[in-house]
Design a protein around this ligand. Structure first.
Ligand SMILES: Nc1ncnc2c1ncn2[C@@H]1O[C@H](COP(=O)(O)OP(=O)(O)O)[C@@H](O)[C@H]1O
Ligand SMILES: [Mg+2]
Length: 254
């Protein structure tokens, strides 16, 4: 079943046509990677899917609902969790508090009670839930440390944890391994594989081909706002049009 369907997406910035009639369909439980050279329109397409950009033509349907005009927070309520290229965590708070706050704010978003603001204390159950989420991303130790002390890779794990705290069904990741060491990339790929095996649908843009081919069930290649090829990793790797796009750009511009 298709969880995300986008039809005939066109987007310009002034005279610049950034997306020129993109169609996509993402199945529940699949990992779907959007790749292509710099400036191809990946982040723009991504923002159309998350709701950050709503000034475009075309339609976006998630889980059978038309969300084309829905803002980010409404899509979050519908199960969309997203991360940013630069990890967003509260550095001066503890690792655990970051996740507890994420759990509590997702409860607020769902309209569940969290207790009075003047005497707010997380319940033991919320604390246990937060620790469980941290364990699931490999941050189950030293969670009373300040988040600012974490390495770049672990900050990314914490960001995943705060996203998972909202119990999303779809993870939207724009270049999740940007700026990471090779080792952090490998461990992030393993973490994403694990999340996928737990049934989450993952949509990502990524330029590290190791991450893409280690994770994606299907890959879509964009170039100048148009789809060059969509298919399983093997099909995309052998596609002549894709080879031309990448060979024409030289190394480092994936
Ligand atoms: N806010 C903006 N205003 C004007 N042009 C933009 C804006 N955002 C992106 N662009 C342009 O749109 C094109 C696609 O950008 P983007 O979607 O970020 O590509 P990618 O993520 O594939 O590198 C680029 O030419 C970029 O310069
Ligand atoms: Mg981008």
């Amino acid at each position: 079943m298709s969880l995300v369907v986008a039809k005939q997406i066109y987007k310009n910035y002034g005279k610049l046509e950034v997306l020129k009639g993109v169609d996509l369909s993402i199945d529940a439980g699949e990992a779907f990677a959007i790749i292509g050279p710099n400036g191809a329109g990946k982040t723009t397409l991504f923002k159309v899917l998350t709701g950050e950009t709503r000034d475009f033509t075309g339609s976006v349907v998630m889980d059978g609902h038309d969300v084309t005009r829905q803002p980010v927070h409404q899509r979050a309520r519908g199960g969309v969790g997203r991360t940013f290229q630069v990890a967003r965590v509260f550095g001066e708070m503890s690792i655990l508090t970051n996740v507890i706050l994420a759990i509590e704010s997702s409860k607020v978003a769902r309209g569940e009670p969290v207790g009075p603001w003047w005497d707010w204390r997380p319940s033991a159950a919320t604390r246990r839930e937060a620790i469980g989420v941290l364990e699931s991303v490999g941050l189950g130790r030293n969670f009373d440390d300040e988040a600012s002390l974490l390495s770049h890779g672990d900050k990314k794990r914490l960001e995943f944890a705060t996203m998972l705290a909202g119990r999303p069904r779809i993870l939207m990741l724009d270049e999740p391994t940007a700026g990471m060491s090779a080792e952090d990339r490998r461990s992030t790929t393993r973490l994403l594989q694990d999340l996928k095996s737990r049934g989450l649908t993952i949509v990502l843009t990524e330029h590290d081909m190791g991450v893409v081919f280690g994770l994606a069930d299907r890959v879509m290649v964009l170039n100048y706002g148009q789809i060059v090829c969509v298919g399983d990793p093997q099909t995309v790797r052998e596609d002549e049009a894709v080879k031309r796009v990448y060979l024409g750009k030289g190394a480092g511009h994936a």
